[in-house]
Design a binder for this molecule. Structure first.
Ligand SMILES: CC(C)(COP(=O)(O)OP(=O)(O)OC[C@H]1O[C@@H](n2cnc3c(N)ncnc32)[C@H](O)[C@@H]1OP(=O)(O)O)[C@@H](O)C(=O)NCCC(=O)NCCS
Length: 183
């Protein structure tokens, strides 16, 4: 499975992506707001094994795609869409990027494509994302791709031994056309 954008190829992760995936998973600054990490090599191996297994699931629930730059074929991050409810046609989206590539619009570009995949190919109705309210870069991405803030989930996650709140954002199927036109 391959999705394309102007600067990126979104493709399935492979075992041979270990080094590039470990580079961001092991970076303490990248994983500050993530439930995992900083990863050991074994953590990253486990993660990749899980992702490869998810690729084979039928029906497929999780799509975790590598973000590869067209210009130099470098794997710079990943993004995912996870079907949370088949009956409600609802999924959750997530993303992570190697720190060397932050603030160049890569995730905004990838996430927009992933939303389109979710609505057009997976037939979803609602796609949501959550983040730590302190993770400004993350919720800015959500806003730039047309998601709307629905509220604050109090003590939503027990992360690294502490309860943390989350912002909840979402976009609905019928709002996607508007987003595409706007950008
Ligand atoms: C969140 C993340 C994926 C964003 O990726 P990115 O490719 O840098 O995102 P974009 O460049 O598309 O957009 C980021 C926006 O946030 C803004 N931003 C970044 N840090 C900011 C800060 N501290 N304060 C205010 N704005 C900030 C950028 O300026 C940009 O907005 P702009 O286009 O209006 O200038 C990346 O920072 C990352 O990997 N973080 C660590 C992992 C993570 O937290 N993932 C999300 C978990 S919910």
């Amino acid at each position: 499975m391959i999705l394309e954008t102007k600067r990126l190829i979104l493709r399935e992760l492979q075992e041979s992506d270990f080094k590039a995936v470990h580079a961001y998973g092991a970076d303490p600054e990248v994983v500050v707001y993530m439930p995992f990490g900083p990863n050991t090599k074994d953590d990253t191996k486990e993660y990749l094994k899980r992702v490869l297994n998810q690729q084979k699931e039928q029906p497929r629930i999780v799509y975790t795609l590598a973000l590869v730059r067209r210009e130099d074929n470098k794997l710079i991050g990943s993004c995912s869409i996870l079907v949370r409810s088949e009956s409600n046609k609802e999924a959750e989206m997530g993303y992570i990027l190697n720190r060397s590539y932050w603030n160049h619009g890569y995730i905004t570009e990838a996430a927009k494509r992933l939303l389109r995949f979710g609505f057009e190919q997976l037939g979803l109705h609602r796609i949501y994302a959550t983040c730590d309210p302190a993770n400004v870069a993350s919720f800015k991405v959500m806003e730039k791709i047309g998601m709307k803030r629905e509220g604050l989930l109090r003590q939503h996650k027990l992360q690294k031994g502490k309860w943390r709140d989350s912002f909840l954002y979402s976009i609905l199927e019928q709002e996607m056309t508007f987003t595409e036109q706007k950008n």
